[in-house]
Design a protein around this ligand. Structure first.
Ligand code: UDP
Ligand code: MG
Length: 317
């Protein structure tokens, strides 16, 4: 088993995380649940603090810690992808470095795997440790995605188990803008769900500011749904019908009554309104166009600068 943890400026949590994960690995190994060469794979996502020093130091001292260093900060989703594509093992479990994901469900995930599940999604049963804003926005977002017809698991982030089989299948997904929780859902195979209560971040601050959260949310919508584009068409049709009716009404007034006044409001208001609708429509089309542009460049999603740890001893860089 390999545990994959993306880390961005996580010097404050790494000692505790490492201690708890090492203890977990030892416990599972003793029970014969996992092979002795199971290990933790930290992916340093271009941290600016001592994260990489700490990771490489652990990797020198213990067999169970390995590190992968990205050449720069590429964001959580890319770092996680790099870990999943690089770490060996029959079973890969991804989780956050800040101990918000409950380690005690890992044995349950392994049990599900033994019973035939190729992917096990860990789902937050409660989020009362999250701030009100985070909880509210996250939960409404999952509902919104469902409304758009995107197949995501409610309250599942990136804490999941994947078998070697599904990792290899996932390799062929070349998307530039990653929304892993949605993409991995597309794979199919036999899956199951385990529940856990999300804890508070052990130390440090969230590395997901509002801007990163919004960007991930937007990726989720535009990667899986063409609904916003269809919405523009819908609004367009609606506005056209209304303006047609208004034109007919104006014509009738003009032809059959003498009430028709040269109106300023009736000219200016539709102009503003139509201008707004058109700009909105063009903006949404532009967003999708930008996505196609990025994808057509087909650039690599990450570069590995260096690796450390015994599991990588035959990899010369
Ligand atoms: N992370 C990362 N790159 C980034 C931002 C975050 O690798 O650019 C990692 C971070 O170190 C953590 C995980 O992604 O292990 C989740 O981030 P965080 O806990 O800050 O997010 P939150 O739980 O607040 O949503
Ligand atoms: Mg966190």
């Amino acid at each position: 088993m390999s545990l994959v943890l993306p880390c961005f400026n996580e010097e404050e949590v790494l000692p505790e995380t490492t201690a708890r994960l090492t203890e977990l690995l030892a416990r599972l190994e003793k029970k014969g649940e996992i092979a002795p060469n199971s290990a933790v794979y930290y992916v340093d996502d271009g941290s600016r603090d001592r994260t990489w020093e700490i990771i490489s130091d652990y990797a020198l001292r213990t067999q169970t810690i390995c590190g992968i260093k990205l050449s720069r900060n590429r964001g959580h989703q890319n770092a996680l992808l790099c870990g999943l594509m690089t770490a060996p093992g029959k079973v890969l479990i991804s989780l956050d470095a800040d101990l918000q994901d409950d380690l005690e469900v890992i044995p349950k995930m392994i049990m599900d795997y033994r019973q035939g599940s190729e992917i096990v999604f860990a789902v937050r049963s409660k989020r009362d440790k999250d701030s009100y804003l985070k909880r509210y926005t996250a939960e409404s977002y999952y509902t919104f995605l469902k409304l758009l017809g995107v197949d995501v698991i409610y309250n599942h982030a990136d804490f999941r188990l994947m078998s070697r089989r599904t990792i290899e299948e996932f390799r062929s997904y070349g998307e530039t803008h990653l929304f892993l929780r949605g993409l991995i859902r597309q794979l199919g195979f036999k899956t199951s769900i385990v529940e856990f209560e999300r804890a508070e971040r052990f130390a440090g601050e969230s590395k997901y500011p509002l801007s990163k959260m919004l960007s991930l949310a937007w990726q989720g919508v535009t990667s899986f749904s063409a609904y916003p584009l269809r919405l523009i068409t819908g609004v367009g049709v609606l506005v056209s019908i209304v303006s047609l009716a208004m034109a007919a009404w104006a014509l009738l007034l003009k032809l059959f009554t003498d009430e028709a006044l040269p109106g300023w409001a009736s000219t200016v208001i539709p102009m503003y309104f139509l201008g707004g609708v058109q700009l909105l429509g063009m903006g949404i089309i532009g967003e999708y166009l930008a996505k196609i542009y990025e994808a057509s460049k087909n650039r690599p999603r990450f570069h590995v600068e260096t690796v450390c740890g015994v599991q990588f001893k035959d990899r010369v860089r």
